[in-house]
Design a protein around this ligand. Structure first.
Ligand code: NAD
Length: 269
């Protein structure tokens, strides 16, 4: 293994979710010491135990990203345990808080959605930056979603929060590049994970999305881990403030009328 994260210390928020687990395992393989920051105590403790048993440096830290004291405490715990913090991966999210059209969204839904999907990452960044500045080195990787750049029904607040993550990325890059700190963002399309890919809904949804995209298969959580690794490690040392779409080509094309497509396929045009 290449050990691209040797001597690095990373906090991975949402570390118990589909992408978070893949990123945690990849970072451990690449030599990082990690803090899995999530609300899911059962998965988080089991994951950390599994990694420690295999010789990795991993701890689980119970964090609700809507609670500033949890976030501050997690950064303190990281520095207390490993002596520093140089990598922050902001993955924690909740989808599906809001329902329907904008006029049906309550202010409670709005506040909860923004609190988890944007404010939590902002606060993690706020507390991580001073630690990164101490060593003049840091990499922050944020998560957006293609809904941030496409209209959708039922995702107005989530998409606004996700576009906020792209904006936050540029702000960090602009303000802290001079301190040796980079920030980049990943904008995924659809990524299944073992929790739902084999359910009836998962299969139907995947087939539907696949019929609208050039890829030969739907995205998986594991597809994101190498992209996160690229942004986190020195392979991307001169990339700062960027958002990379990772969607199998979902958003690169215009819809085309099915009859037109059929004629192209038959070579009639
Ligand atoms: N899966 C997709 O199809 C998809 C599509 C576009 C964007 N994204 C984005 O990619 C990232 C990874 O998605 P995923 O599929 O791994 O999500 P996931 O739902 O599998 O994982 C989310 C994690 O966040 C944690 N979490 C939720 N609320 C929390 C809170 N208040 N405090 C702390 N932790 C909390 C959950 O416990 C879970 O472990 C997310 O930022 C998501 O918005 C995912």
């Amino acid at each position: 293994m290449s050990q691209k994260m040797k001597d690095r210390v990373a906090i991975i928020t949402g570390g118990c979710g589909g992408v978070g687990i893949e990123v945690s395992r990849t970072f451990i393989k690449e030599g990082a010491s990690i803090v899995i920051a999530d609300m899911n105590d059962e998965v988080g403790n089991a994951l950390a135990d599994e990694m420690k048993a295999a010789g990795g440096n991993a701890i689980f830290c119970h964090v609700d990203v809507t609670k500033e004291e949890d976030i501050k405490g997690c950064v303190e715990k990281c520095v207390e345990t490993y002596g520093k913090l140089d990598t922050l991966i902001n993955i924690a999210c909740v989808m599906g808080i809001e329902t329907g059209y904008i006029h049906e969204v309550t202010s409670e839904m709005f506040d909860k959605d923004i609190s988890i999907n944007l404010k939590g990452s902002f606060l993690f960044t706020k507390y991580a930056l001073p630690e990164m500045m101490k060593n003049e080195k840091g990499s922050i990787v944020n998560f957006s979603a293609v809904s941030a750049i496409r209209g959708m029904i039922g995702h107005s607040v989530y998409a606004s929060a996700k576009y906020g993550m792209e904006c936050l990325t540029r702000m960090i890059a602009t303000q802290y590049g001079k301190n040796g700190i980079r920030a980049n963002c990943i904008r995924p399309g659809v990524m299944t994970n073992p929790n739902w890919e084999d359910t009836d809904f998962g299969k139907e949804y995947s087939a539907f999305m696949l019929s609208h995209m050039p890829a030969t298969r739907i995205g998986r959580a594991a597809d994101a881990a190498p992209v996160v690794l690229f942004f986190a490690c020195d392979d991307s040392c001169y990339v700062n403030g960027q958002t990379l779409t990772m969607d199998g080509g979902l958003t690169c094309h215009e819809p085309q009328w099915k009859e037109d497509l059929a004629e192209f396929e038959k070579g009639l045009r």
